[in-house]
Design a protein around this ligand. Structure first.
Ligand code: ADP
Length: 204
């Protein structure tokens, strides 16, 4: 199953991603993690990305698309993957669709983890990460609202969006996530019956 998890910074994507990859047994593709690894390793991409990340801004597309393309074409992603932090803009989403289409694949479903802004700020103040100071955090939220939120409409129009309430315990939220997966599975069977792309995948 090919799933995208979308949520503002502080929505709890990390926890839900961990549960999702265990449940679906697919690789976890997190662009944030890939970038932090590149920064730690001091690669040319890492050096270039660090400047944007420290400012709470998006890393330029060529770096992101290069990393993601390579990862998506790897054999372990053949039967599915969980995309986390990508796509983050409409051009990235369009590029992803093209990339998958070339391999006769597509996105099965997109899960939005919805959390109100004041709750995000409250959570941020309770944790600590290098790009988490209040000013940078506000920029990351603004970037989400301006650049990433339009993706929700993009996937809604494709009939692939499930909005999940991100308030509650991690287990409660994961139950909602699982309900979304079941819906995606049903939709995929319907698409397959209608003769549209993507055969049903083995039950999870
Ligand atoms: P969060 O979801 O908490 O904002 P991530 O770990 O997903 O954090 O990303 C951290 C930073 O990495 C982002 O603020 C951004 O600078 C950069 N980044 C991650 N994914 C992308 C992407 N798809 N496009 C551009 N920049 C990205």
């Amino acid at each position: 199953m090919r799933i995208i998890l979308i949520g503002p910074p502080g929505a709890g994507k990390g926890t839900q991603c961990q549960k999702l990859v265990e449940h679906l047994r697919v690789p976890h593709l997190s662009t944030g993690e890939m970038l932090r690894a590149a920064v730690r390793a001091g690669t040319p991409e890492g050096v270039q990305a660090a400047a944007s990340m420290e400012q709470g801004q998006l890393v330029p597309d060529p770096i992101i698309l290069g990393m993601v393309t390579k990862r998506l074409e790897a054999a372990d992603c053949r039967d599915g993957c969980l995309l986390d932090g990508f796509p983050r803009t409409l051009p990235q989403a369009a590029t992803l669709d093209e990339l998958l289409e070339r391999q006769a694949m597509s996105v099965d479903g997109v899960i939005e983890l919805a959390v109100p802004r004041d709750e995000l700020v409250r959570r941020m103040l309770a944790r600590k990460r290098a790009d988490d100071n209040p000013e940078i955090f506000a920029k990351r939220i603004a970037s989400f609202e301006v650049q990433t939120a339009p993706l929700l409409d993009y996937y809604h129009r494709q009939g692939k969006l499930a909005s999940v309430d991100g308030l509650g315990t991690a287990d409660e939220i994961f139950e909602r996530v699982q309900a979304a997966l079941e819906r995606f599975a049903r939709d995929r069977h319907v698409r397959a019956r209608q003769g549209r792309r993507d055969p049903p995948w083995p039950e999870v």
